[in-house]
Design a binder for this molecule. Structure first.
Ligand code: PMP
Length: 398
C-alpha cells in the first residue's frame, strides 16, 4: 500500500524537487506529525510558519466545520458581504496601528505580494520596484521579479522590468530609492535568507527615505506574522509602520489565506477607473477566514505571542555552546541555527528527520537549520526536541 502510494505520487503529482522527502504523514496533532508504523516527528518548522496554533487545533477545526455548514464559496471576491471576512478584517485591523485599516484578502503569500505591488504601482503611478538581495516573496511572476536569488529568477526571464536589487541593512543603497520608485518591498526579518532581522535604524532610514520620495513601503511579514516573533507582526517591535503589509501562512490557521493590508485611502485606488484592481475567485474564502480568525483568537487568548520570546530563548540557551553551533539568529520563536557549512547542515538536517525532528535549511542560506515549531510548544517539548538535536549534533561532529 505504502509503496503503491509513493509510486503514484511520483507518477501523477507534479513535483518541484527531483528528490522529494516523501514523508507519509497520516495524522498531525499539537507539535507532532505521525507517520506509518509508529513513526513520529516533532514539527520544528510548522509547514514554514503556518501551524502556529498547533496541528488539529480544536477551535480552528470547529470554526471550519461551523462555517462549512453555513456556506462555502458564494461569489467572486467583493460581491457578497461574508461575515467571516468582515469579522476577520475588523479584528486584525483593530490590532494594527493606524492607518492599516483595510484588508484585501487573497489565497496565498505570493498573491498578497502580487496585490501589494500592483497597488503600489496604481497608487503612485510609477513602475520602479526595489527589493533586496536574498529576499523571498513567492513564486508567481511578480513575486519572482523581486526575488533576491538570481538562479531561481533566471530560469523565468523576462520578468517584470524596472526592478532593482539593493543590499539588506545597507544604508548607502537607500540612495537608489528616488521619486521614480513606486515601492520598496522588504521582509523586516529575512526568512529564507536565514533569519536576519533589519536593524531598527536601517528600517527607520528606509521609512524616512520612502516618505521623502513619495515611495510606498511594503513589508512582507508572511513568514513572521501572527505572533511568531513575539509581537503580532515584527514591525510592531520597532513601531515603524509600512504603507502596505503582506501576510499569509499562519494568517489562515492552516487554510490557504493571505492578505495585503493598507490604509483605506491607498486601498481605494483599486476601485477607481479602470477598475479590476485585483480579481480573485477564492481570495478570502469564508472557511479560510473563519479558520484564520479562530487561530488569531486562540493566539491572543493563550498569550502565545507574549510567550514566543521566552520559548525561543529557551531553545537558544539549550543549543548555544555546542561546538558545531557557530551562531544562533533569533527573533521570538523563529531561529536560524548556523553551522557555517552546507554539507554539515544537510547531514544534520537529514539525521534529525531520521531521529524524529522535522526541520530543514533555508532556501537562500543552506548553512543554517530552521527552528520554528508551533507556538503552542511547551517547555518540556522544547527540552525533548533539544535532547534529540544535541544527540544528532554530537553524532555529526564525530
Ligand atoms: N514571502 C515570504 C517571506 C515567504 O516566506 C513566503 C513563503 N515561504 C512567501 C512570501 C510566499 O508565500 P506562498 O508560498 O504562500 O505563496
Amino acid at each position: 500500500m505504502t509503496t503503491n502510494l509513493r509510486q503514484l505520487f511520483l507518477e501523477h503529482v507534479g513535483q518541484t524537487s527531483d528528490n522529494p522527502m516523501m514523508l507519509e504523514v497520516e495524522r498531525a496533532e499539537g507539535i507532532y506529525l505521525y507517520g506509518r508504523d509508529g513513526k513520529r516527528w516533532i514539527d520544528l518548522i510548522s509547514g514554514v510558519s503556518v501551524s502556529a496554533v498547533g496541528h488539529g487545533n480544536r477551535q480552528v477545526i470547529d470554526a471550519i466545520c461551523s462555517q462549512a455548514q453555513d456556506y462555502l464559496h458564494l461569489m467572486v471576491y467583493g460581491e457578497a458581504v461574508e461575515s467571516p471576512q468582515v469579522r476577520y478584517a475588523q479584528r486584525i485591523a483593530s490590532l494594527l496601528p493606524d492607518p492599516l485599516d483595510t484588508v484585501y484578502f487573497v489565497n496565498s503569500g505570493s498573491e498578497a505580494v502580487e496585490g501589494a505591488l500592483k497597488l503600489a504601482k496604481r497608487y503612485t503611478g510609477r513602475t520602479e520596484i526595489i527589493y533586496y538581495k536574498n529576499a523571498y516573496h513567492g513564486s508567481t511572476h511578480g513575486s519572482l521579479s523581486v526575488m533576491g536569488g538570481e538562479e531561481y529568477r533566471n530560469a523565468y526571464r523576462p520578468l517584470l522590468p524596472d526592478t532593482r536589487q539593493i543590499r539588506f541593512n545597507e544604508p548607502a543603497d537607500l540612495r537608489y530609492v528616488t521619486p521614480r520608485t513606486a515601492c520598496v518591498i522588504i521582509e523586516p526579518v529575512q526568512g529564507e535568507g536565514g533569519i536576519f532581522p533589519a536593524d531598527r535604524d536601517y528600517l527607520q532610514a528606509l521609512r524616512d527615505r520612502c516618505d521623502q520620495t513619495g515611495t510606498l513601503l511594503i513589508y512582507d511579514e508572511i513568514q513572521t506574522g501572527l505572533g511568531r516573533t513575539g509581537t503580532l507582526y515584527f514591525f510592531q517591535q520597532y513601531g515603524i509602520v509600512p504603507d502596505i503589509l503582506c501576510t499569509a501562512k499562519a494568517f489562515g490557521g492552516g487554510m490557504p489565506l493571505g492578505a495585503f493590508i493598507a490604509s483605506n485611502r491607498i486601498m481605494s485606488v483599486l476601485k477607481t477607473n479602470p477598475v479590476l484592481g485585483h480579481i480573485t475567485t477564492f481570495g478570502g474564502h469564508p472557511v479560510c477566514c473563519a479558520a484564520g480568525l479562530a487561530a488569531l483568537e486562540y493566539i491572543l487568548s493563550e498569550r502565545l505571542t507574549e510567550l514566543a520570546d521566552a520559548k525561543g530563548a529557551l531553545y537558544e540557551s539549550l543549543l548555544a555552546g555546542h561546538p558545531l553551533v557557530r551562531e544562533i539568529r533569533r527573533t521570538g520563536l523563529l531561529l536560524g541555527v548556523e553551522f557555517g557549512d552546507s554539507e554539515l547542515t544537510a547531514r544534520i538536517v537529514l539525521r534529525a528527520i531520521d531521529r524524529g525532528l522535522m526541520t530543514e535549511w533555508f532556501l537562500f542560506h543552506d548553512t543554517a537549520m530552521r527552528i520554528a515549531p508551533p507556538l503552542t510548544i511547551t517547555d518540556a517539548e522544547i527540552r525533548e526536541s533539544c535532547e534529540i538535536l544535541l544527540e544528532v549534533l554530537n553524532g555529526a561532529a564525530e
